[in-house]
Design a protein around this ligand. Structure first.
Ligand code: BES
Ligand code: ZN
Ligand code: ZN
Length: 498
């Protein structure tokens, strides 16, 4: 995939699709509106004044082979009210526009940044939006696949611009969304196609292509280390668990400035605490966290982040086979702490517990961020809009919130009062893996906090945002978190030690 900045008037840009942003209540005397009306023989004015089309958010008018314009298709992209226009709107609008006209002949797509919107602010987001539209989740269809290839994503402008700098910004957009699409593609793989060992193969491919170090701990290694929480979850499946460790060495220091941990449950049946069928349907995507971390590592390598960053992927399948763990079992985790497993469906926190301890004890990580489709309770709290953010460190969570704003992947910080810890106190062991009916997303986070030994840490619960079931333009896995994690890695690398 290529990207570049095209400095030319919009009507002269030669491409398959030219996306032109138009605002609601567009001033018909503006430069763009005047030029558009002239090239399109008054069409814009006609559309807007007849109220046939108002330029509302995500609404699109497609014009094929317009006479006096070089582009083969002109997309008038409704951007809503001008005062609400920002990078997030640009990202969404471009995705919606390209989704509307996807076909195999869309090799070259251009977003035109009109003179009254800031090139610096929206150029990257426009490239991101276009590239996000290129993901298609129908790879197992034997006919009528919608797959198409965009070869070039560009931004056109007549504004004076520092070409080199802007092309770097555009390249960033491409790197971040190529990674997002990778996370979406792997997350979308069914449980019978991608198990823990296939996650290893996928990770090896990325490591080799990007020059990351990779280490894989197999069952025996996990037994020797005493990663009993990870092993316990895998017991009920024929597919043995794996712990994958990817390292990007962007600085001298051995100890990672940042460790990223992703929940990689390749299928979550609930185990003996079996899920009802309707909740089990989408549990192939319970590995979204691991896919997001793998993809973020790809982006971090490509962005050449100047610090050591490690990605840790505990991968396992949660099935109720004959050797499966039972509700009531007590296991000793890698940290030494004992856990009473009252519900085998609360498996994510078990595998993360061992992975987090590994970051603290073996890697000596200075900051840790985990990402996981952890609780239905987070979905109840925040819906499909924001991910839950939980942290033990104000400074790290501020960095993460900033990264989330830039990335256009919204999060909401949840409370972590000590009193919630009481809900996971066990009668028989150090902790239990369920915290009762209320505040389930928080008690899950309090459980994880037990395993980070006070190291600055953030937890992202993406159970509500990893998947869109309804939205036609973005159906399927979202890859939520890839851009946050890559942004955060860059920010931390640039931040003087505090
Ligand atoms: N993978 C699920 C969480 C989930 C639910 C993700 C819905 C995406 C959509 C997780 O392993 C789970 O089952 N959590 C339980 C925890 C409970 C038993 C304490 C839940 O949320 O019901
Ligand atoms: Zn579960
Ligand atoms: Zn799960």
């Amino acid at each position: 995939m290529k990207t570049n900045l095209i400095v030319a008037p919009w009507e002269e840009i030669d491409c398959d699709i030219l996306i032109l942003p138009v605002f609601e209540e567009e001033d018909l005397d503006s430069d763009l509106a005047t030029a558009l009306n002239e090239k399109l023989d008054g069409l814009l004015e006609e559309l807007l004044s007849s109220q046939e089309w108002k330029g509302e958010n995500d609404s699109i008018v497609v014009l094929h082979r317009p006479d006096k314009v070089s582009a083969r298709r002109l997309l008038l992209a409704g951007c809503g009210k001008k005062e609400h226009f920002d990078a997030s709107v640009a990202r969404k609008v471009t995705t919606a526009a390209v989704r509307k006209v996807r076909s195999s002949s869309l090799k070259k797509v251009v977003f035109y940044c009109r003179d009254d919107i800031s090139l610096e602010d929206v150029a990257q987001a426009a490239v991101e939006g276009i590239n996000l539209a290129a993901f298609e989740g129908d790879s197992y269809k034997t006919k009528d696949r919608k797959t198409f290839y965009i070869e070039e994503v560009s931004v056109g402008t007549s504004q004076p611009a520092d070409q080199k700098r802007l092309e770097q910004i555009l390249r960033r957009g491409l790197i971040l969304t190529e990674a997002t699409n990778l996370a979406r593609e792997i997350t979308n793989q069914p449980g019978n196609r991608v198990g823990p060992r296939d996650m290893v193969d996928r990770a090896k491919k990325v490591a080799q292509a990007e020059g990351l170090d990779i280490e894989v701990l197999e069952e025996k290694d996990l037994e020797e280390l005493g990663m009993n929480a990870l092993l316990a979850v895998g017991q009920g499946s024929h597919l043995p668990p794996r712990l994958i460790i990817l390292t990007h060495k962007g600085a001298e220091s051995e100890a990672p400035l940042l460790a990223l941990v992703g929940k990689g449950v390749t299928f979550d049946s609930g185990g003996l605490s079996l899920k009802p069928p309707s909740s089990m349907e989408e549990m192939k995507s319970d590995k979204a966290g691991a896919c997001v971390v793998l993809a973020a590592m790809q982006a971090i390598a490509r962005l050449n982040v100047k610090s050591t960053v490690v990605g840790v992927l505990p991968c396992v399948e949660n099935l109720p086979g004959g050797r499966a763990q039972r509700p009531g079992d007590v296991i000793q985790s890698f940290s030494g702490k004992t856990i009473e497993v009252l519900n085998t469906d609360a498996e994510g926190r078990l595998i993360l517990a061992d992975a987090l301890s590994y970051c603290v004890r073996n890697l000596k990580a200075r900051h840790i961020v985990d990402i996981a489709t952890l609780t239905g309770a987070c979905l109840v709290a925040l819906g499909h809009v924001r991910a839950g953010l939980f942290s033990n460190d104000h400074s790290l969570s501020r960095h993460l919130i900033e990264a989330s704003r830039t990335a256009g992947e919204p999060v909401w910080e949840m409370p972590m009062d000590r009193i919630y810890r009481e809900q996971i106190e066990s009668d028989i062991a150090d902790v239990k893996n369920v915290g009762g009916k209320w505040a389930g997303a928080i008690t899950a986070a309090k459980f994880l906090e037990e395993f980070v030994d006070g190291i600055p840490w953030c937890h992202l619960d993406i159970a509500g945002v990893d998947l869109f079931k309804e939205k036609e333009e973005q159906k399927g896995p979202t890859g939520f978190g890839v851009r946050i994690l890559a942004e955060l890695a860059e920010r931390l690398a640039a931040w003087p030690e505090d």
